[in-house]
Design a binder for this molecule. Structure first.
Ligand SMILES: Nc1nc2c(ncn2[C@@H]2O[C@H](COP(=O)(O)OP(=O)(O)O[C@H]3O[C@H](CO)[C@@H](O)[C@H](O)[C@@H]3O)[C@@H](O)[C@H]2O)c(=O)[nH]1
Ligand SMILES: [Mg+2]
Length: 193
């Protein structure tokens, strides 16, 4: 696939507060060869990583549940069930996800497996998410998890049966994209059989 042809990129910062929102103007060469002027607002919060902990013998997974304000104002008033995740903050995806998994779930992981990368909202958000899975057992639990109170985190740790977690997707109880992708990955690869 050939690279997109883009010229005359300029940017204006609309907000530089917690994260960065810019408005870009640029010209894009359409497939018919015509140059077209466009502008796009782009939200940059860095890249992130997420992980699903699974136990094959027990047929269970570890998920988190926390209040998410953007989801709340868009109509989902319950806390959101999610795979553990965090922003990279200059660390490598593997280092970051091990630290984040321990902070949020309380499980200390030695081996993690990278499964894929994905842009989750490519029309407006720059973020690329790195997806991991890891096997866990009770001996790896070093504390109760919960995240960082100073950052406003108040994270519940859930251990769910894998079949119940898959059913929660079709029942509309699990509605977070990264979490659905990771649960379906385990199912597709037959890792819980
Ligand atoms: N004060 C303040 N705090 C914020 C703001 N936005 C985020 N935070 C705080 O910044 C911290 C970021 O926590 P992380 O665990 O690193 O990130 P995350 O929010 O869990 O993000 C993960 O999940 C997202 C949603 O699926 C992913 O998009 C992201 O890549 C990452 O994987 C959280 O404590 C969050 O409350 C803000 O505007 N103001
Ligand atoms: Mg997080």
């Amino acid at each position: 696939m050939k690279r997109a042809e883009i010229r005359n990129i300029s940017a204006e910062t609309l907000s530089d507060n917690w994260y960065l929102l810019k408005k870009y103007s640029f010209e894009l060469k359409r497939r018919d060869g015509e140059w077209q002027q466009q502008s796009r607002e782009v939200y940059d919060r860095g890249n992130g990583a997420t992980i699903l902990l699974y136990n094959r013998a027990q047929k269970t997974v570890i998920l988190t549940r926390q209040f998410r304000f953007p989801v709340y104002i868009n109509g989902h008033e319950q806390p959101l069930i999610e795979a553990a995740a965090g922003l990279l903050d200059e660390m490598s995806p593997e280092q970051r996800i091990k630290a984040e998994a321990e902070e949020e779930t309380g499980y200390r992981l030695t081996q993690v497996e990278k499964v894929f990368e994905a842009y989750m909202s490519p029309g407006s958000v720059t973020e690329k998410l790195h997806f991991f899975i890891a096997q866990y057992d009770a001996s790896q639990q070093v504390h109760d998890g919960g995240g960082l109170k100073a950052e406003g985190e108040d994270i519940e740790v859930l251990e769910l049966g894998f079949a119940d977690a898959l059913k929660a997707i079709t029942d509309g109880v699990i509605v977070d994209g990264k979490t659905i992708m990771l649960l379906q990955y385990l199912a597709l690869k037959g890792l819980m059989q």
